[in-house]
Design a protein around this ligand. Structure first.
Ligand code: ADP
Ligand code: ASP
Ligand code: MG
Length: 412
């Protein structure tokens, strides 16, 4: 029998009524002859609440216990979804991650999936079960402890199951009807894309578009999973939503596919470090060991053997970064005059595979920002993206200005 993976995000399972609505959609696919694997998130707001409790009890929490607690939201929705399907006479059973078992690394809080054995679910499908409901976001380490896959991780669970069970498609049901040129909450003129290339979606996700977790796109690209994003609130036909697919399967596309942003960034500058071989390693080694996710790096011009080193990281990691740098200074491995943290910055990026063959995207981007009086603090580029750090208060303005400048409200 053909198989399908259907993933429902937090707003799609926010209460029993929404779960019934989602279950109905599952029933439609079962009636078409599919065996379905349903992946559920926790009810919307639940994971945030659980994280809040963890931090309240223990600010420097043990990551193993964090995972034991924050994974629990998905257990509830998985059971409720299975019960709802049973009420509709659809043979269904729920699984928590450890029961599959979905094996992961032991990197608690952001574990990676290593293996999904298919035997347990296959045996049940062979007995006539039509729907396996699996709790998203969670797995089990080789030490036998519960792990989680990082925020938004249910998307990754869904794609991994689609790959492991050779599903015809992986449908991600959420609160928007597809992937847009930018977050529709920020720009009214954002336009839904019918198709987007894996590479572009990967960049958009890693640059802040949280509609899909970055790793889910990475996996879909690696295993060629047909990935579709669609709304669980509107009526959808088979061509609805956005298909994330190979570049070759897209006929026309704009040079720039979309604009992404990260609101809570920080810009850190080490003033006057020695400009010598090994200085970057001496700075970024300890930052990495401290779990600081460094993004942009700029080394300024050197004067009399000393230079300034600037990097960006998520704003909530600033205390950790400061601590790591102070320790490195105390140990004598680096020496600097001062560490200046600018915690009021945001990152805005434009992404598009068309940039490979079109010059002038950067110039157009900078001109659009200049026209709005937005000062650029740091710039980084890659083959298919350009990112800038700017003052946070200009973030919405910058996103809208770039959306306009690249005519993203109009199809190619
Ligand atoms: P779920 O709970 O279903 O996983 P998320 O909140 O994780 O849903 O992701 C959906 C949200 O992603 C949307 O409500 C939207 O605000 C946001 N988003 C950010 N960028 C985009 C984009 N380019 N296209 C669509 N949605 C986006
Ligand atoms: N419930 C988890 C979160 O909020 C996982 C997910 O929704 O994908 O991050
Ligand atoms: Mg999500």
């Amino acid at each position: 029998m053909p198989r399908l993976v259907m993933k429902f995000g937090g707003t799609s399972v926010a209460n029993p009524d929404r779960i019934r609505r989602a279950a109905k959609r599952v029933g439609v696919e079962v009636a078409k002859g599919y065996e379905v694997i349903v992946i559920v998130s926790a009810m919307s707001g639940k994971t945030n609440e659980l994280v809040g409790w963890v931090e309240d009890v223990s600010p420097l929490y043990d990551a193993r216990e964090y995972d034991a607690i924050v994974s629990s939201g998905e257990n509830v929705t998985a059971g409720l979804m299975a019960l709802t399907l049973q009420q509709m006479d659809v043979p269904a059973r729920s699984w928590q991650g450890w029961q599959v078992p979905l094996m992961t690394t032991d990197a608690h809080g952001s574990a990676r999936i290593e293996e999904i054995p298919t035997a347990n679910l296959d045996a049940k499908f062979a007995e006539g079960m039509k729907v396996a409901v699996v709790a998203g976001f969670q797995g089990i380490s080789h030490e036998g402890r519960i792990t989680t896959l990082g925020r938004g991780g249910s998307d990754t669970t869904a794609v991994a199951f689609a790959a492991a069970f050779d599903a015809e498609r992986c449908d991600i049901y959420t609160d928007v009807d597809g992937v847009y040129t930018t977050d529709p909450r920020i720009e009214d003129k954002a336009r839904k894309l019918d198709r987007i290339a894996y590479e572009e979606m990967l960049e958009l996700a890693s640059l802040g578009a949280k509609v899909l977790q970055t790793r889910s796109v990475e996996l879909a690209m690696r295993f060629g999973v047909k990935l579709r994003v669609l709304s669980s609130f509107e009526e959808m036909d088979d061509n609805a939503g956005t298909l994330v697919c190979a570049e070759e399967d897209i006929v026309e596309s704009n040079v720039v596919a979309g604009v992404a942003f990260v609101r809570d960034e920080a810009k850190m500058t080490l003033i006057s470090v020695a400009d010598r071989p090994g200085i970057a390693a001496a700075i970024f080694g300890p930052l990495s060991e401290a779990g600081v996710n460094v993004d942009m790096i700029v080394q300024n011009i050197s004067e009399e053997g000393r230079t300034d080193m600037t990097f960006s990281c998520p704003v909530n990691e600033v205390p950790r970064a400061e601590h790591a740098m102070a320790e490195a200074k105390a140990s004598g491995s680096i020496n600097y005059h001062d560490l200046v943290a600018d915690t009021d910055v945001a990152k805005v990026s434009v992404v598009g595979i068309g940039m490979r063959s079109h010059a002038g995207v950067a110039a157009k981007m900078f001109a659009a920002l200049q026209a709005e009086g937005v000062n650029i603090k740091v710039i980084t580029t890659s083959e298919i993206k350009i990112s800038v750090l700017i003052d946070r208060k200009y973030m919405e303005l910058a996103v809208q200005a770039l959306h306009d400048a690249f005519d993203l409200d109009k199809a190619a």
